[in-house]
Write a protein that binds this ligand. Structure first.
Ligand SMILES: [Zn+2]
Length: 675
């Protein structure tokens, strides 16, 4: 089946329409032509349109379920017809995991928590039906059949495929569990065999999505089906199997980092499946009717498209059924910016250099991401390294990669360790930190032989220092450098020290207080802080502290500078080198025989009260001038900036060429070609 349209049309808007029935005169101002004209004006080429919202209200001419009482027209059908006139693709949105109308009229369909309470809204939008109840047979499947038979949509988005926290103790879950596992589903079992209970919840979601998927495909095999969250890093394979394309929500600053788009895209670009990276127009999350600046949206969209993602931005219909025109002025300006650049981005593949093999399965909608993975990615982006991100054992044949980075949270099988062993023996560079690959059974690192050291034990200190190494201390103060995380003692076999662990003076306690709760360095230990091991033709580096997690959590820039210096010392075969500030991201893609070096510039403003003003808007991005770039490829003959088509003057170097990029405002693409 072709999923090309979703890859090739990256100016996408998802229009939320979670609409309660209490507002008087609701949806009295809906006009399909005016509605769709906003998308046309803003150069949108894919829209997500509601068929049913979290309140359980249908937005199409239905025979099954409950249509919104204020809606006279066929909202979905009319928008679909109008969109087709303008060649805009339509994704039908269906709220699966939340449906207030369904549970308020059928209380036995509610999810039930471990205290026996139904999962009701308590004044929010979250009234949660259970997919193991007849909600599925009596409402969801008949509605999906009706919608699919009636309308020629291009795609589907099923929202909230999972039972909340993956467990429910409703009578229907209990019945199904008893029949399948021959034992009672109880809150006690959640304590004693959490894996079994959670596994049942995930299976339930996958089976529900499989049933929905098959219903749709039988009627319209060409329609692309998706459930929210599919193909995120760490998503269950059984759920991914029910999604023809992926969707990874990403909301910079409100609940996520401005690095989130780039980091997500650097993972999903390694998959064969197209994946939307979904941001929102709102500053602080879904449905807050504020609007970001076009400058911010240009930056966000650049991060997504330059790194191989599909841009999708969320909006919200007003209670009267209209769109806010002013928002489409902003989105239109940002999508014009995308339109100028997208031909260089769509269908491009990343150039292999560094593989960050990591884990991010803690991500649950807008929960915090895994800090070790995100800290490693932040360091690599700020250090202008070229890298892709893989999920644990699911990394590919490493041909073409020159560096592998392993954060402490990585989970690797024995086979993966063997593959990494070959990678290093054949000349690869490996960097591991902290407890990466530590095995509780073996009480040692699975990587011990590659790293040339064995695990000894933990230390009494929650933090410690590294002793100075002149080369690695380039750009930071010549002092013992703090890492605010727990160090690991190791016994070297063949590894050599580049820096030692410098114990803190003490752990503050009664009679050992110090001015700051983290006292200065005291005794220099005999243990390696940073070590290097030659293994076959390659090199393995080990850092005996969780530098990635602590960098994400503390923003201690000196830690990034040390680790970047360490990588740069041994990673001597880079394709490109960029001399730019840390707020400029560099990423190399290739397409149609040409290479494209993307330079993206970031800037936001001072935070106010840190505990409450967690939203840092982007208002203006100040251009960066005269960025020097080295391309270590003697075949490159021509360098042109896109989209402004300026031919840059190149000079030969020992390894290739160098040139100066005169200006990067938000996103400049450097096209490198052999003729
Ligand atoms: Zn249930």
């Amino acid at each position: 089946m072709s999923n090309n349209w979703i890859r090739e049309n990256i100016r996408q808007v998802h229009i939320d329409f979670h609409m309660p029935e209490f507002p008087r005169e609701s949806i009295t101002n809906f006009n399909a032509q005016e509605f769709v004209s906003e998308f046309v004006r803003a150069k949108v080429n894919v829209i997500g349109v509601f068929t049913k919202c979290h309140f359980g209200n249908a937005f199409y001419d239905n025979t099954v379920g409950h249509k919104h009482s204020g809606l006279k027209e066929d909202f979905f059908g009319e928008v679909l017809t109008e969109a087709k006139k303008h060649d805009i693709k339509v994704i039908a949105y269906y709220s699966l995991g939340t449906d207030a109308h369904a549970v308020l009229h059928n209380p036995d369909w509610y999810q039930v928590d471990e205290k026996g309470q139904v999962r009701g809204s308590e004044g929010t939008v979250w009234e949660l039906p259970c997919i193991n109840s007849p909600y599925r047979e009596e409402l969801v499947i008949p509605q999906v059949k009706e919608i699919t038979e009636k309308y020629e949509m291009d795609g589907y988005l099923f929202d909230i495929p999972y039972i909340h926290n993956h467990y429910c103790f409703c009578s229907y879950c209990k019945k199904k569990f008893q029949e399948e596992y021959g034992q009672a589903l109880t809150p006690e079992l959640l304590e004693t065999n959490r894996e079994l209970v959670i596994g049942f919840g995930i299976d339930s979601a996958a089976r529900c999505m499989k049933e929905i998927y098959d219903v749709i495909k039988k009627i319209r095999p060409e329609v692309l089906v998706n459930c929210n969250g599919a193909w995120r890093m760490g998503e269950p394979a059984s759920v991914n199997a029910t999604s023809d394309y992926g969707l990874w929500e990403s909301q910079p600053s409100a609940t996520g980092s401005f690095l989130g788009h780039s980091i997500r895209a650097r993972h999903i670009r390694t998959l064969d499946v197209p994946v939307q990276i979904m941001t929102v127009r709102f500053t602080e999350g879904w449905g807050l009717m504020s609007c970001k600046t076009s400058e911010q949206l240009k930056f966000e969209f650049s991060c997504i498209m330059a790194n191989g993602g599909i841009i999708n931005i969320g909006d919200q219909v007003m209670p009267d059924g209209s769109l806010q025109s002013g928002v489409y002025d902003i989105i239109g300006e940002a999508f014009s910016f995308v339109e100028e650049r997208e031909a260089f981005c769509i269908g491009a593949k990343s150039v292999r250099h560094t593989a960050l093999i990591a884990d991010n399965s803690s991500n649950w909608y807008h929960d915090k991401d895994d800090s070790a993975t995100f800290g490693a990615a932040k360091m690599l982006i700020e250090g202008h390294h070229q890298f892709d991100i893989y999920y644990n054992d699911e990394f590919p044949d490493l041909t073409g990669y020159k560096v592998v980075v392993l954060p402490e949270n990585v989970k690797l099988s024995a086979q993966s360790i063997d593959r990494l062993d070959i990678f290093v023996r054949e000349g690869g560079l490996l960097l591991a930190e902290g407890a990466a690959t530590y095995s509780r059974e073996a009480k040692d690192f699975k990587l011990a032989e590659i790293l040339g050291l064995n695990y000894l034990e933990r230390t009494p200190y929650p933090f410690a220092y590294f002793t100075e190494n002149e080369e690695l201390w380039n750009g930071i103060a010549k002092i013992p450098q703090l890492v605010e995380g727990e160090f690991i003692k190791t016994i070297p076999t063949t590894a050599e020290a580049l820096s030692y662990i410098h114990w803190p003076l003490t752990v503050p306690a009664v009679n050992r207080a110090f001015r700051h709760p983290m006292p200065p360095a005291g005794i220099v230990s005999d243990f390696h802080g940073i070590s290097v091991n030659r293994h076959g033709k390659g090199i393995a580096l080990y850092v005996a502290a969780p530098v990635f997690r602590t960098y994400w959590n503390n923003n201690h820039f000196w830690v990034r500078r040390m680790i970047t210096n360490l990588l740069n010392k041994f990673d001597t075969d880079k394709y490109f080198e960029v001399e730019a500030p840390v707020h400029v991201e560099a990423n190399l893609m290739e397409k149609d025989g040409k290479k494209y070096l993307h330079l993206i510039n970031f800037q936001n403003i001072h935070a106010g009260e840190k505990s409450s003003s967690f939203y840092d808007p982007i208002e203006n991005i100040t251009p960066v001038h005269n960025i020097e770039v080295h391309i270590n490829d003697k075949q490159i003959q021509s360098v042109i900036t896109r989209p402004d088509n300026e031919q840059l003057v190149i000079e030969s170097t020992d390894k290739g060429i160098r040139f100066t990029v005169p200006k990067v405002h938000i996103h400049t693409i450097i096209e490198l070609s052999k003729e």
